[in-house]
Design a protein around this ligand. Sequence first.
Ligand code: ZN
Length: 403
Amino acid sequence: MEEIGQWPDRALSAFEPRTVGETALAVSDRLAATQSMVTSMTILSRVLNLAAEIQQIPAPTYEEARRAEFMRVRFAAEGLEAETDALGNVYARFPGADREARPIVVSAHLDTVFPAETPLTLRRERDRMLGPGIGDNSVALASLLGLVWRLAEQGDRPRGDLWLVANVGEEGLGNLRGMYGVLERFGDLPRAYIVLEGIGLGWVYHRGLGVRRYRIEVETAGGHSWGHRGSPSAVHEIARIITALTEIPLSTKPAVSLNVGVAEGGVSVNTIAPSANALVDLRSEDAAALEELARMVERVCSAARRPGVAVRCKIIGARPAGEIPPEHPLVQAAQAALRGAGVKPHLGIASTDANAPLARGLPAVCLGLTEGGNAHTTHEFILTRPLEKGLRSLTALVLAVAS
Ligand SMILES: [Zn+2]
């Protein structure tokens, strides 16, 4: 365990003059470099400390209010106008130089996949921080403030307003409801929607993977395994439905996937099952292909309906697919900003808040800010040092898009 606040001292010693014969100019160059490194290291420490504070506030999807209020107070403490909308999204305005210029929206989701009672123990090691939600998405929320601090330190002001948004409803069954609220507010006005995730430094997600989820429920009268023999069983019916789903041909171009993640039902070994259900997850990089697959799933359910067998096919999750091309100026600018920070960029597809603007044809990318792993588990961790590059490239991207 180590206090992250000690880093600036180590950074200083690395720049100490080694030989007596060094020229005054070289020394003063080194001092200037030291000075700027100290400042950026201080911002890094502040961001990490803030991430640790945020991580300690439970924020399951639909229960983000405490964490949202924390963010609102932190934005206000920086002198930014900060407000919360009816959904629970927090907005802070960093004023641009020209009020008439189009704004930029930079967002990070507030919610985590962890139930409220999950112990949020956080451990700090030399180069890592470990704890549920630290990467997804506490460090990204803290980086919204990190961006403000960096802009202030550099004395840079984006041309249009920079809107910092801490939004609800990204994970699981949140279905991007927070981001839809953000879209409702800003529409096609922003020059770009930049969505932040803690983990995945180097990735530029300019394609949104579409997702549709179903809960298929079967009900029958049930009965005794001998006494009511011949009566329909919900377990037998769901098994047939699942078999039919696995026989749907899946295209590889555009790629689609179908997974029955959960199947359950029945009462006891000698009872004809009165109820059973299955959870189905469909994905595709192409909106039309996803829609077509969803229609086939619904057709399988319809075909299974008969007297004495009730089948319901409920949508329990939906994220639209969408993308901007690699040649899009925003994708190009994101890659250039990463290269400028010494990070090799990769283009990718993911299911994030960026899906919502991408599906409406609006310019959006999702970026990772540091390296890490085990997201969505209690063994989640981030590497602390690469975050410096993440913050540097984010700041450069915002300024590039704004100009
Ligand atoms: Zn996330």
